[in-house]
Design a protein around this ligand. Structure first.
Ligand code: GLN
Length: 304
């Protein structure tokens, strides 16, 4: 398929829709991004690349990093991991405190903030140098040694991160956080602050489109069974309380972030990232969602 032409075609279809929503402002630095940015990049498991628009411009990957931290922690902890975090959709906003109280400090899944904070805690417990080892993992997957945390964005979020601190405190009170709260939250914010382009991020996700193996060099990143499970959690929980709608309209495992990115994988075929900073009420990229819906309909390439 000539995906390049399809991207142009799908983008034309979106021209008639209003680019609604607003750029995230609760992290002050994110609000500075131009709302009209739009990029797409696809990597196929056979090594082809297709880019469109602002696909080579860096953006804040935010919650998309939760898939990468889960991949690393799952590989280390194996199934022990699921004693501390569930695999059920939350049906609540990504930063909600409510359910955590009812569930005695066990987050519903690793892709809501509480779940990713537990994953950050696990990485701190298990790794000698969590910050360095995590960024090295992302650099290896992306094929770019320059990928880094963005201090400016991390600092900005740290200055307003009271709700995430509350989640961490609540879980600590239930005994589900082992390390010092400050260290866990700081590491969590660093993970969210990473900046990447659509093309770097699509390449990073390629192992999940290829049963845990990086198809570009044959390196096994995780087992195919773990890759299947991570994709399953993305399918059910990757877009928070909009995961059902995303499944219904797009039909691919995906993960969004409040920087406006959405990463999706089609196992056996491709990984793809769209970026458009305006978010809908659920905190997911408005235009990104519409683009993916049109794209999978046009190409008939959902997993269902
Ligand atoms: N860093 C953001 C937060 O913790 C990530 C949220 C997101 O991308 N959905 O609120």
């Amino acid at each position: 398929m000539n995906y390049q032409e399809i991207f142009i075609e799908v983008n034309k279809k979106l021209k008639s829709c209003k680019d609604d929503g607003t750029v995230a402002s609760y992290i002050p630095e994110l609000h500075k991004v131009s709302p009209s940015k739009f990029g797409v990049h696809m990597c196929t498991v056979t090594g082809e690349n297709y880019g469109f628009g602002d696909s080579e411009e860096k953006f804040s990957i935010q919650s998309i990093s939760k898939v990468l931290s889960l991949s690393m922690a799952f590989e280390i902890e194996k199934n022990q991991l699921w004693k501390r975090v569930g695999v059920e959709p939350s049906g609540n906003p990504f930063n909600s405190l409510v359910q955590l109280e009812y569930d005695a400090g066990i987050p519903r899944n690793p892709f809501i903030n509480a779940g990713a904070i537990v994953i950050a805690d696990i990485l701190i417990s298990k790794l000698k140098n969590p910050n360095i080892e995590f960024i090295d993992f992302v650099r290896k997957l992306s094929g770019n040694n320059e990928i880094n945390y963005c201090e400016r964005i991390a600092k900005s979020e740290k200055s307003k991160g009271h709700r995430n601190a509350a989640l961490c405190n609540l879980m600590k009170s239930f005994g589900n956080i082992e390390n010092n709260i400050h260290d866990v939250i700081e590491f969590y914010f660093d993970l969210c602050s990473i900046e990447m382009t659509c093309s770097e991020l699509a390449r990073t996700f390629l192992f999940l489109a290829n049963y845990g193996v990086n198809p570009l060099d044959g390196e096994k990143i995780i087992s195919s069974s773990k890759s299947k499970r991570i994709n399953a959690v993305m399918q059910l929980c990757g877009l928070y309380d909009e995961a059902g709608e995303f499944s219904f309209k797009v039909g691919l495992p995906g993960k969004s972030g409040v920087g406006g990115g959405i990463a999706v994988v089609h196992p056996g075929k491709y990984s793809m990232v769209v970026w458009s900073p305006r978010l809908n009420k659920k905190g997911n990229s408005s235009k990104g969602l519409r683009f993916l819906e049109e794209f999978t309909s046009y190409t008939e390439s959902s997993i269902f």
